[in-house]
Design a protein around this ligand. Structure first.
Ligand SMILES: *Cc1c(COP(=O)(O)O)cnc(C)c1O
Ligand code: SF4
Length: 327
């Protein structure tokens, strides 16, 4: 098969329930629920991620992260549209400043994949587009606040942005002397490893910043040699590569899976950073796990693995000065 570029892979995602079920040989009985769920939050999955799923298995742990369900339509008390209350710390379009010393920039509303558990399924992206006016306002905000040392590119997925635009933004940021660190939060290398071209790696690694990339993989099946190659290109540029995962019922809520996740991450040079409990966003309640279960799993993980392979179990509680550790 001819190799497709990341741009092609990104623009030709599978985006209907019918097409997803067909390419995985899954039964039509899943269609009705998938149609219902996809009306609330569209289905979207890139081919390289589908390639890591097992055909004919409706319980595949990667499939379950992306297949819409009728259960998403349920109203569950406590599961809301803006669980992180981000609209409160959103002083400018595209900028969230909650924690000391670091700001999060929403570079792109688009993701390469739509994860059913994501709190951003309800985020008002359309009003957070970064045009040149908004970008100038952000630069002025950063220039004026000398306590900010780190800029976090987030989204959506920041790597859905073109290399040219990333490069332009980075050089604008480099001109602000008190900025020292750059962080990129992205799931793209996991779902389309082809995105990490040698060029992109050298753009991201070629600044004066100390740079980290935080990937997002939840299950060991998401990690393979293609991702490993991408990580190598980043590491050759001196970029530190970390991973954050979300604890998801029916996907990675058992000890063996979490052990295998940490071990495969490290095998490819990635360090586990956070294991987040689910944000209580409307439509995702069926992924939720009680805190006691999460804490118990984390303790078991600690008993099994070296400390550097145990991610911090945390959650985001609005109005706190950092993520909140559960254990
Ligand atoms: C999670 C988050 C960060 C980063 O937190 P760390 O603990 O440094 O990883 C920064 N800003 C916002 C708004 C966040 O939600
Ligand atoms: S922001 Fe991350 S978790 Fe949410 S849909 Fe995009 S890739 Fe998935």
């Amino acid at each position: 098969m001819e190799e497709r570029s990341w741009q092609q892979l990104l623009s030709h995602t599978v985006d209907t329930p019918q097409a997803l079920l067909e390419c995985l040989d899954l039964p039509n009985s899943l269609l009705e629920g998938a149609e219902t769920g996809s009306q609330l939050f569209p289905l979207k999955v890139p081919q390289p991620f589908i390639d890591k799923m097992e055909k004919g298995n409706p319980d595949d742990p990667l499939l379950k992260q992306v297949l819409p369900l009728a259960a998403e339509a349920a109203t569950v008390p406590g599961f809301v549209s803006d669980p992180l209350n981000e609209s409160e710390s959103n002083p400018l379009d595209g900028l969230i400043h909650k924690y000391n010393g670091r700001v999060l920039l929403i570079l792109s509303g688009a993701c390469a994949v739509n994860c059913r558990y994501c709190f951003r399924r309800e985020f008002p992206y359309s009003s957070n587009r970064l045009g040149s006016e908004q970008w100038d306002a952000i630069l002025n905000y950063l220039k004026a606040d000398h306590s900010i040392h780190e800029v976090i590119f987030s989204g959506g997925d920041p790597l859905a942005t073109s290399d040219t635009r990333l490069q332009r933004m980075l050089s604008d940021l480099e001109a602000i002397p008190h900025l020292r660190r750059l962080r990129i939060h992205t799931r793209l290398p996991v779902v389309i490893p082809q995105r990490i071209t040698t060029e992109l790696a050298s753009i991201l690694g070629g600044t004066r910043f100390q740079t980290a990339m935080v990937l997002h993989a939840n299950h060991p099946n998401e990690i393979d040699g293609l991702l490993g190659d991408a990580v190598n290109r980043l590491k050759q540029q001196g970029i530190t590569v970390l991973n954050q995962a979300v604890l998801l019922k029916g996907i990675n809520d058992d000890l063996n899976t979490l052990v295998a996740l940490s071990e495969s991450l490290f095998q490819y040079g990635i360090l586990p950073y956070y294991l987040f409990t689910l944000d209580p966003v409307k439509g995702a309640a069926h992924f939720d796990l009680p805190d006691e279960a999460a804490i118990q799993l984390h303790q078991q993980l600690q008993a099994k693995l070296p400390g550097y392979l145990v991610p911090k179990l945390a959650r985001e509680i609005p109005d706190r000065p950092s993520k909140t550790l559960l254990a």
